[in-house]
Ligand binder design. Structure first.
Ligand code: SPV
Ligand code: MG
Length: 285
């Protein structure tokens, strides 16, 4: 049984964190998260790019391998819209699964997609039947694998209303998705609980509560979540903290200015492993 199916069967809710590389995955694991989300926003931002289908399947596959070396946690991979065609979606899912992904998430946005939170941009949805065709292509590429398919609908993001979100979630489940993810931004929050109530019995539900910042884990689980993903906390921490530390260091150029605000070398070596202390974690199994 796949990871998300087992969470639903156990009637439990896992906590996942969005990451973009080996060290952020390792830190997520050390901080006690249950699972990892390889986020397109995190990966794009880590390359100083906007999140709009500029990253490629091979770049993401490299990150999957890097993360799997650094952490044993289940990894859910954000495969965007499958990178432009059914064949690319299928190949991507196959490569990610072979590299150790527990789940691959595909969203119903046309290529090139825009991050759901680019509110001034057009959020154009793929036709439902075309997206179902894509899911079936991915399903057949993953035949015999435990890697699960998460189908994500952007209907609420695109302002298409709760009925459309429910209709699409049902269609995607029928087309072979193992889990469902209804993305929500500020404009969809009022409808969100009602949408999940209609789809939660169909499959495990993935929730990214970026627009639900005040909801507790209990609230999210009560609404139907089998896994809750804090998708972009890591990269936002990096932007804020690195900016603060470098600003201080530039203003007062001596390392002592910031030494209390940055990790000690000891702590860094503890995270990455240290050759003089035996095992180099993640390199020597
Ligand atoms: C991501 O983390 O890349 C996601 C979630 O797709 S969100 O950015 O909230 O759309
Ligand atoms: Mg994404």
């Amino acid at each position: 049984m796949g990871y998300l199916a087992s969470l639903k069967k156990a009637d439990t809710c896992a906590l996942a964190v969005g990451v973009h590389n080996g060290i952020t995955a390792r830190l997520g694991e050390r901080c006690g998260f249950d699972a990892l989300w390889l986020s397109s926003l995190e990966v794009s931002a880590s390359m100083a790019l906007p999140d709009m289908n500029l990253i490629t399947m091979t770049e993401v596959a490299d990150r999957v391998r890097e993360i799997r070396r650094a952490s044993g946690l289940p990894l859910l991979v954000d495969a965007d819209n499958g990178y432009g065609s059914d064949e690319l979606a299928a190949r991507s899912a196959y490569e990610f699964a072979r590299s150790g992904a527990a789940g691959v998430c595909l969203e119903d946005k046309v290529f090139p997609k825009r991050n759901s939170f680019y509110e001034d941009d057009e959020q154009a949805l793929e036709d439902t039947q075309r997206f179902c065709h894509r899911l079936r292509a991915v399903r057949s590429a993953l035949a015999g694998s435990d890697t699960e398919i998460i189908a994500r609908t952007e209907a609420l993001v695109a302002d298409r209303g709760p009925a459309e979100a429910i209709r699409r979630a049902r269609a995607y489940r029928e087309a072979g998705a193992d889990a469902l993810f209804v993305q929500v931004t500020a404009r969809g929050v009022d409808a969100y609980r009602g949408v999940l109530a209609e789809v939660r019995d169909l499959a495990p539900i993935v929730v990214v509560p970026t627009a639900l910042a005040t909801w507790s884990l209990g609230d999210l689980q009560a609404a139907g979540a089998s896994v809750v993903i804090y998708a972009n906390a890591v990269i936002r921490t990096i932007v804020k903290t690195v900016t603060e530390v470098l600003t201080d260091l530039r203003a007062e150029p001596r390392l002592a200015t910031v030494e209390d605000d940055i990790a000690s070398l000891e702590d860094l070596f503890d995270v990455t492993g240290h050759p003089l202390r035996g095992k180099v974690s993640g390199v020597v199994p």
